[in-house]
Design a protein around this ligand. Structure first.
Ligand SMILES: [Zn+2]
Length: 512
């Protein structure tokens, strides 16, 4: 039964989709017969979902659905046809990075409240400024790989959906898997569930001692029997139908990847390093296929969705982000990746119908952030700006470096802000006090979020009297949208610098 409901159709306008784009599709998959209903009559109780599936597609730009929607025949197609599509949703924080987006999706609150304000930040400790990475935790270890840095959700300052589900029913299970540690850990919030991510150095999906001390037999079995199947995929060849090739940008363009290996087919023997197969593999769409295979194994082995205690499964698919960073969001590689992901998701949903039961599971799919296009290949209707010069990069880096050393000295900050404003590619620069002033309104920009964390969040957290060395000045680069960076990875970061235009259909709950 088709149940396609669209809310406030958003028309793409110039530069409006280059930041923090959130795609949110909530689908009551299979027969949409009241699965999403919240009534309590006995007839609908029987149809309550047994499995809640959260899918995050990393760097999934909302306009992909407009540009490529007719090419999708699998999971995206099913969600489009049977789900609810929010076309005006966006992450309402400025530093739209992976850890922040996942933590926000997990908790429903702003970064200032959940505490994951960036992928990396600095905190002031009695020993001085300390670099902090979102899930790194030296008090725990990676199971089976004790030399790797341990990982846990200890910086996450709020509970999340996974916690609430378990609190409501202690028999509920929490499972989470991703190619990235942060994308597996944050969605599971603090629940000590089955949480795994792919670690190329270990050649398997790993977990940390925060969750458990040894791998379950089914995980070892996946590593021994299923993963080798992916080791045979040492060629990434295009699966784009000939008629659709013109929908992406040209395949051989000098700004992609290393400037040499820019076209299909991509081969491990050409692009990888001997003995490091899993590193090369981790840059291809095949890792998403492996992630979904691991998710299927979890559903089967853990018996997710088999009884009336609803279970929670997060699957965060990272490869759209990695392909986007390497080749650009309009590249032929990205189109191929999306077509593969569409097919993989379709198979996954069919698998859930078979194992959990059609109509007995619900899924929500979102991006954690968007991305900018390469200046050379603007999205239709968008101003893509221009690529910054080496000289401009140098100027900005120098100012950034001096800002990073600031110790909340207002006079120095003012001088830096003035220097920034003089740069031809900077639209505006803000001081700490400006961001924090009451007239600044609701803390919907993450620079304000970051600054407010200094004043209140950290001081009241378990971390004790620690403050965050937030930048005293924030660069706003709105007018030309250019990127003086060489990689798309940094483009995302710069996209984050400019506050997103607000276009909500719903706001995250404020659980202050
Ligand atoms: Zn991301």
């Amino acid at each position: 039964m088709a149940d396609r409901r669209r809310t406030s159709r958003f028309r793409v306008r110039a530069a409006a989709v280059t930041r923090a784009t959130l795609l949110a599709i909530a689908g009551a998959c299979a027969s949409a017969t009241g699965v999403a209903g919240g009534t309590t009559s006995s007839s609908t109780t029987a149809l309550r979902p047994r499995l809640v599936v959260m899918i995050v597609v990393d760097q999934f730009r909302e306009p992909y659905l407009e540009r490529y929607g007719d090419l999708f025949t699998g999971g995206f197609r099913r969600l489009l046809d049977q789900g609810r599509l929010y076309t005006r949703a966006t992450h309402d924080h400025a530093i739209t990075e992976t850890a922040v987006g996942h933590a926000t999706l997990a908790t429903g609150v702003y970064p200032m409240r959940h505490g994951i304000v960036a992928n990396e930040w600095q905190e002031r400790t009695p020993k001085g400024l300390v670099d902090v990475s979102n899930v790194d935790d030296s008090t725990v270890k990676i199971v089976g790989s004790p030399t790797l840095t341990g990982v846990s959700p200890h910086y996450l300052m709020r509970t999340g959906l996974a916690d609430w589900i378990v609190a409501a029913n202690p028999r509920s299970q929490v499972a989470s898997v991703s190619a990235k540690d942060r994308a597996a850990v944050q969605p599971a919030a603090h629940a000590k569930g089955q949480v795994y991510w792919f670690e190329p150095r270990a050649g398997r999906f790993v977990t940390s001692t925060y969750y458990r001390d040894r791998y379950p037999a089914w995980s070892d079995e996946f590593t021994a029997r299923e993963l080798p199947r992916f080791a045979r995929d040492s060629v990434w060849a295009s699966t784009i139908p000939a008629a659709a090739l013109g929908r992406a940008s040209a395949d051989t363009v000098p700004w992609e990847a290393d400037g040499v290996h820019t076209s299909f087919p991509h081969r491990f023997v050409d692009e990888g390093h001997p003995g490091e197969y899993w590193s090369w593999f981790s840059a291809t769409p095949m890792l998403d296929a492996a992630t979904l295979a691991y998710a299927r194994t979890m559903v089967s082995s853990l018996g997710l969705g088999r009884d009336d205690a609803p279970d929670f499964l997060n699957v965060s698919l990272s490869q759209t982000d990695r392909v986007g960073h390497t080749y650009g969001p309009l590249s032929r590689e990205q189109l191929d990746n999306l077509l593969r992901l569409d097919r993989e998701l379709g198979e996954f949903f069919t698998f859930l119908d078979r194992t959990v039961g059609a109509g007995r599971w619900v899924v929500g799919l979102s991006a954690d952030h968007g991305s900018l296009v390469a200046p050379e290949t603007p999205w239709p209707g968008e101003r893509a700006g221009r690529r910054g010069t080496a000289e401009e990069k140098k100027m900005l880096t120098a100012i950034r470096d001096s800002a990073a050393k600031l110790e909340n000295d207002p006079a120095t900050a003012a001088r830096i802000a003035a220097a920034l404003r003089r740069l031809p590619f900077v639209a505006d620069a803000y001081m700490h006090a400006q961001l924090m002033s009451p007239s600044n309104g609701a803390p919907t920009d993450s620079f304000a979020v970051l600054e407010r964390r200094v004043l209140s969040s950290i001081a009241s957290s378990k971390a004790g009297p620690v403050t965050c060395a937030a930048p005293a000045t924030a660069v706003r680069t709105g007018t030309i949208g250019t990127c003086p960076c060489s990689s798309w990875g940094r483009v995302s970061r710069r996209a984050a610098i400019r506050p997103a235009r607000r276009r909500w259909t719903s706001r995250p709950r404020s659980r202050a």
